[in-house]
Design a protein around this ligand. Structure first.
Ligand code: F6P
Length: 752
């Protein structure tokens, strides 16, 4: 505790105590003074009696003998006693007849002629005196009164020094008591605080720890209860049924996280400007991540930080590299970050897509890890972390970090914005620990991700794989009940499944023609006959998507069910992607070769079983394709979620169409009414296509209705809303802890 706080705390105890003691002294002083005065007076009276008793016979004798000189001499000797001021002799008529030298001139006889001794106080100019009057008698005859005067000034002097001693004593007592109280209070508060901090952190040993203050147990129990209700993994966000949409998301932010600044970080940007034939063109990339996040940013606003990868991107930004988007109705800011070719090669093509991508997907492509790629990966993560810090205008923004390109960024941001709420979403699967162990930088990647406040995966299975990996490779504490990892520094990360989804209804659907027209349009555009059943596949040209296996399944369908020859076509559109990498070139070549082979084998003059269109399609074109199709094939070998499956369902407001879905896509956990297939079982997949093509209309409708219900409810706003609700709970919980730590001014804890 610093000196000022310590002084303030000490004063808090000292001042009231001194005030109370002062008041007591002030009230008690007259009574105490009176008592002391009484004691001294009794003492003086007793002395007077003693003097009188010892001299009375002598004085009476002298008076009776009329020897004035003898009386004066006697008075002189008695008056030598330092307390005795003077002696006087009053006759029976009350007249002062003899007196010693110091008898005050203004003082006469006390005037009491009784035989009993009397004591009166006379207040003279130079102080008070006690006049003790005793009757003198000789052989039974009264001979007047002997009056002994005692100076009472000494009582007053003693009284005033007694008062000073009393005040000093009380003052000293007050200071000592306050000091001891302050020290004891400080030690006790420190004990309480550390008990509280250990208790809230749930550190092992709490409760039975001998350092724990037992009197804190009830408070700790209550606090834990409150925190648990905020942290419970199946809490408010899951229990309350909300119709999630842009409005509910906006009000969630407004009500639960007022003033929260939203920053998104992803590699892929939502709008790409390219220079084509001397003209700037705008492209919306084929990216599930973009499909998911763009509606959220449109609803909530904020800043999206991404790599400016387009050839005309730099022409479109302002001097801060900002651009207001969407171009037609700006709702948020796109901040472009520029990467050199060398950076892109190492970070994006190298570590991210030749290393982590095959590492996380079980597609039997060998991951490649190069130290030079890792260097670039670290440097680019640092560059984006710098951009986050530069864009943040508050100390505690909500930072939504996207995907495997930025495994190190959460920790980098955490170091510089310790109060930020960092929500990281891993859009691809997380491998089991054996698989993950082949990554040479596994510890760094895990530690980087644990800089997040919340780490999301699509499925519980991927969460468990991640927790197992942490358990295997990092020193940390894992609370499996709460799904929380606490690293060695005490930072906590909530690890939860948040199955990603799409906008409902997709915004592009409003401009898409009715289903009949779409069928017509697509058939005309691709030369497909009216009686031909149409299956569609829409992907990036990625080896994880199982495009070649899908073609093999078409071949199997035609072999096993020749009635479909001439009556079935698969229209596969595939956006070329990561084409610089050999695994991708091979994938595309293999698919093109296979399509040509199958067409060669089964094709007729005006009919081909496989139409492969290797180009990017804009969202409205994709929706048109979905609406034109009888079947949609999603046969990923491995996929975090696969939003194509959900987009197909969303496109079918006519409640028709059959979805054939790989069991290895995260979407299969939710879309149970799809025909679930194993993409490695080619014949089985061919059979599923046959089942789909021959499925009665009412069954198609039933299945599609159920899937549409699920996606409409679990839409992208639901995905974001659940994460933001968890983040809001976390911020509130942290605010409670901060308040408590501030209320008890000692030490400090973070991320409890
Ligand atoms: O699946 C992971 C992911 O980031 C998706 O979100 C997205 O569809 C895809 O990869 C995009 O890849 P890229 O940005 O490399 O083209």
């Amino acid at each position: 505790m610093d000196k000022d706080k310590w002084m303030r705390m000490a004063l808090r105890f000292v001042l009231p105590l001194l005030l109370v003691l002062g008041l007591i002294a002030w009230l008690a002083a007259p009574a105490v003074g009176g008592l002391i005065e009484k004691w001294f007076r009794a003492d003086v009276e007793m002395r007077s009696r003693l003097i009188f008793n010892s001299v009375q016979e002598n004085v009476a004798e002298q008076v009776r003998s009329g020897s004035s000189r003898q009386v004066d001499g006697l008075f002189r000797r008695i008056a030598q006693d330092e307390r005795v001021l003077a002696l006087g002799l009053c006759d029976n008529s009350g007249k002062l007849v003899r007196r010693s030298a110091a008898w005050p001139a203004s003082l006469g006889c006390p005037g009491d002629n009784s035989a009993e001794p009397s004591f009166t106080v006379a207040h003279l100019n130079n102080g008070s005196v006690l006049a003790a009057s005793f009757a003198l008698a000789s052989t039974g005859a009264p001979q007047g009164h002997l009056v002994i005067l005692h100076d009472l000034g000494f009582i007053e002097r003693r009284l005033s020094s007694a008062e000073s001693y009393l005040a000093a004593f009380l003052g000293f007592l007050g200071l000592a008591a306050a000091g001891v109280t302050a020290i004891v209070a400080r030690l006790t508060l420190r004990g309480w605080l550390s008990t509280l901090q250990r208790g809230l952190k749930g550190q092992p040993g709490t409760g039975s720890d001998r350092r724990d203050a037992p009197e804190m147990a009830p408070l700790l129990r209550e606090m834990r209860k409150a925190m648990r209700s905020l942290e419970a993994p199946r809490g408010l966000s899951d229990a309350i049924r909300v119709d999630w949409g842009p409005d509910s998301l906006r009000s969630l932010l407004r009500d639960e996280m007022p003033d929260a600044e939203v920053l998104v970080v992803s590699n892929r940007q939502p709008y790409i400007h390219n220079m084509e034939d001397g003209k700037v063109t705008l492209q919306r990339p084929a990216s599930g991540l973009v499909t998911a996040l763009e509606p959220i940013m449109r609803a909530c606003g904020g800043t999206w930080i991404a790599h400016g990868s387009g050839s005309a991107d730099s022409l479109m930004v302002d001097k801060s590299d900002h651009l207001a988007v969407p171009p037609e109705a700006p709702a948020y800011t796109l901040r472009r970050v520029w990467l050199s070719d060398e950076e892109q090669d190492g970070y994006y093509y190298g570590l991210a897509n030749e290393g982590l991508w095959p590492l996380c997907h079980i597609a039997f492509v060998r991951p490649i890890f190069r130290a030079s790629d890792w260097e670039q990966y670290m440097a680019v993560n640092r560059k984006f972390a710098d951009a986050v810090v530069a864009e943040a205008t508050t100390p505690n923004p909500v930072v939504l970090v996207q995907d495997y390109h930025f495994a190190l960024l959460p920790q980098m941001v955490r170091e510089r914005l310790p109060e930020a709420t960092i929500i990281t979403f891993w859009h691809i699967p997380w491998p089991n620990p054996e698989m993950f162990s082949i990554c040479p930088w596994k510890e760094e990647i895990l530690a980087g991700l644990l800089g997040s406040s919340i780490l999301g995966f699509h499925t519980q299975f991927h969460c468990l794989n991640f927790l197992e990996s942490v358990d295997r490779f990092l020193a940390s504490h894992i609370d499996r009940e709460l799904s929380v990892v606490r690293d060695v520094d005490g930072n906590t990360t909530l690890v939860r499944p948040y199955p990603i989804s799409i906008e409902w209804p997709p915004v592009a659907l409003a401009d898409t023609p009715p289903v009949d027209q779409c069928r017509e349009l697509v058939r005309q555009r691709y030369g497909i006959g009216a009686d031909v059943h149409l299956a569609v596949g829409v992907e990036r040209f990625d080896y994880t998507k199982g495009i070649a296996d899908r073609f093999r399944a078409v071949q199997s369908l035609l072999e096993q069910h020749p009635e479909w020859i001439g009556r079935f076509t698969l229209l596969q559109v595939a956006a070329p992607t990561r084409g610089r990498l050999s695994a991708y070139q091979i994938t595309q070549e293999e698919a093109e070769g296979l399509a040509a082979e199958i067409n060669e084998r089964f094709g007729r003059d005006d009919w081909r079983p496989v139409l492969l269109v290797a180009r990017h399609h804009e969202p409205d074109e994709v929706l048109t394709l979905f609406r034109a199709a009888d079947l949609c094939l999603v046969s990923s070998l491995h996929d975090g979620m696969n939003l194509v499956a959900k987009e197909f369902v969303a496109a079918r407001d006519d409640e028709d169409g059959v979805l054939v879905l790989s069991t290895f896509a995260g979407a299969s956990r939710e879309l149970r009414e799809a025909l679930i297939v194993n993409p490695y079982d080619i014949q089985g997949m061919g059979e599923a296509m046959h089942v789909g093509l021959t499925m009665p209309a009412d069954q198609r409708r039933e299945r599609m209705k159920l899937m549409r219900e699920l996606v409409s409810e679990h839409n992208i706003h639901h995905w974001a809303g659940r994460m933001l609700l968890d983040a809001a709970r976390m911020r509130k919980s942290r605010a409670i802890q901060n308040q408590m730590v501030q209320a008890v001014p000692a030490g400090g804890g973070r991320h409890v």
